[in-house]
Design a protein around this ligand. Sequence first.
Ligand code: ADP
Ligand code: MG
Length: 688
Amino acid sequence: MTLSLRTSVKYLKGVGPKRAEALARLGIRSVGDLLYHAPHRYLDATTVTPLAKAQVGQDVTCVGRVASTGILPTRRGLRVFRAVLRDQSGPLECAWPGQPFLERQIRKGQLLLVTGPVRYYHGRQLVPREFVILAEDGEGGEPDRGLVLPVYPATEGLTHRQIRALVQQHLDELLPLVNDPHPRSLRTAAGIPELRPALAAVHRPAVPADAEAGRRRLAFDELFDQQLVQARARALAKRGRAGITFTNKKALTTRLKQHLPFELTGDQRQAIREITDDMLAPLRMHRLLMGDVGTGKTVVALFAMLLAVENDYQAAIMAPTELLAEQHVATLSRLLEPLSLKPDLLIGRLSAAEKTAARERIAAGGPRLVVGTHALIQESVQFHRLGLVVIDEQHRFGVEQRAALVEKGDAPDVLLLTATPIPRSLALTLYGDLDVTQLRERPPGRGTVKTALRTETARPKIYEFIRSECAAGRQAYVTYPVIEESERADLKAATVMAGRIAKVFPELAVGLVHGRLRPEERDATMRAFRDRAVQLLVATSVIEVGIDVANATVMLIEHAERFGLAQLHQLRGRVGRGTAPSHCILLSDVPEAAPRLQAFADTTDGFKIAELDLQERGMGELAGARQSGGVPLRYANFATDLPLLEAARRAAGEIIARDPALAQPQHAAYRERIVARYERGFELFRVG
Ligand code: ADP
Ligand code: MG
C-alpha cells in the first residue's frame, strides 16, 4: 500500500495491536500524528568525552564500541547489566542496575552512545541515563560524534525510548509525505524554515538550536491556523454587525473636556480617539479597554457615554458590585456637575419603591446615563433608547450577563473595561475577535506606591509604621493568603489574624473580610472602611477589585510568596489612589521567593508584571489560553513566542483580506486543515 499522512500507524513496521493502543493513548493514530508527536525536551549529548577522561562526579556523554557485556548480581539481590566500552583513549565500564533485560539489546561490537553520571564502584563506572545504539557490529560510525536526544511524551506500556526508536526508524520514509502549505514569500516574511527540514530538525537535531528552529515552525503553523480562524471570525462579525452611526456633535464631550479638573493622559486621549472612531462608524463597536487600576478608564468611558447622549441615546455602565456602582456614580456626578447632568443608579440595595421609580425613569428615557449592577439586566428593566453599553471589570460577568444588557438596546455599541492587564500575546489569542485598547500611562500627580520586601524581623517596625500612618488619619490593609483549602479553616485563620491585629492595635477599629462572608456583610465592612469607621482592614480574600479608598496608604501582604505576581499587583493597586505617598510591604521569610518578589517590587507596570506572571506560571494554568477555538496549542509558548504570534497574525490577516473564505486553490490546504481541526471551522469557511 502507499503510505500517506492519514495511514494508520498500525501499518508501520514495529507497531502491533498493543503498541497501536498505547500510541492511541498519546493521540497518535495516523502516521502523520506520529510525525507531529514532538519531543517535550532534549538531552544534549553533543559534547563527547573520551572514555578515559570521564571523571568521577561528572555528568558526561561518551561513545565507544562494546567490548564485553555481562550480568552481575549485587549483594542486595539487584541484577546489574554491565557493558565495557572502548574508544581510542581506553575502556570504561557502564552499569545499568536492575535492567538485566538489556542483555537482549546491547551486544558486543555495537557502537554505543551513553550519557549519565560517572561514579566510583570498584573503579570508574558510568551509569547511563540514556543510551543509543549508533551502529551494529561491523558497521561504521563516527565514534567522536555526539547527538541531541529527543525525549518524547510517553505513556504506560510505551517508553520514550521506544517512541524515539519508532520515530527514528520511520522518519526518512515519513518526511517525503509532507508538503509545505506556505509559499516561499510567506516563509521569508515570517522568518520560518521549510516544513520538511523543520520536522527533521525536531526529531533529529544536530545541535539543540536546530530543534528550537524546528519547533518554531510548528508553533508558527498552529498560531497561524488559529489566527486564520480569528481573522475570519472578526471579518464575519463585522459584516453582520450593523450598528448605530453616531455623529460627532462635539457638544457634551467638548464641554466635559473644558471642565475636566485634570489633563487627560496621552493614552487616554488615544483611547478616546479610537472609541470615537468606532462609534462614528456604521459597524458596532466591540472594544476592550485594558488598563491597570488608576489609569483612568472611567473618564474614557464617560467620553463614550457622552457621545451617545449627545446623539439622544442612553448609555449604561454595569459594574460587578454595588460598591463599585456607587463609586462610579460618585465619580461621574462629580465630573458631570458642570454639565448639569446626573447619572441614575439602579442597584439591588435600593428599596422596592426606589427601584420601581428608577426603572420607570429609565424606561421613559429620562436619565441618559445609567449606572448599575446585575440589577440592570433583570427582565423588568427596559431602556428607552440604549445606544452604548459599558461593562466594567468585564471578566467578572458571564457571557450571558453581558449579552443580556446588550440586548436591552437595538444593536448598541459595546465597550468592555478590565483592570487585569494581560500580555499582548494572550490578548491576541483570547480576545481575537475584539478590538483592544491599552492604557499604560498613569495620570501624573497621583501618589506613588513604594514597594518594600521585608522579613519577619521587621514586623515590629512595620507595625509601628502602620500605627503612625493611622495616627495621621490614614488607613491600612493587612492581607493574608488563603492558608487552608477548606473554607472553614480559612475563616478560622482570618478570625485569629484579625484578633491578633486588634490586640496589636487596640486604639484602631479593625474590620475583617474573608471568603466566607455573604456579599452584603462584605459590602457593609468595605463601606465602613470607605467611610473611615474602620481604619485597619484585615482580608483573606482578595479585596474587591476596583475599590477606591484614596485615604488608604498602607498595604501589608503577609506570606507574600504565596501570591502570584498578578495577584500581588491587584493588591498593591488598592493603595496609592490618593495624593499621599503609599506603601506596599511584602512580608516573606522564604529566601527562594525573594528574587521574584524583588522583581515585582521593582516595577509598577501592570503589563510587564503580567508578562512576568505568564513566564512564571507557564502555560499550564492558563487553560483558556492553551485552548483556542477548542484546539489545544502544542508547540507555541505564549511567554516567549509573541513575535511569532504577531508574524502569524499578520500573515493570516493578509490572506483573509485577499481570500476571506479561503476559496482559492492555493489556500485549499489551509482550509482543509482548519475545517478538520476547528469546531467552528466548517461554519466559518463554508464557501459563499
Ligand atoms: P480605573 O482605571 O482604575 O477605573 P478610574 O477611572 O477610577 O481608574 O480613575 C481613578 C482616579 O483617577 C479617579 O479619581 C479619576 O478621576 C482620576 N483620573 C483619571 N484620569 C486622570 C488624569 N488624566 N489625571 C488625573 N486624574 C485622573
Ligand atoms: Mg475602574
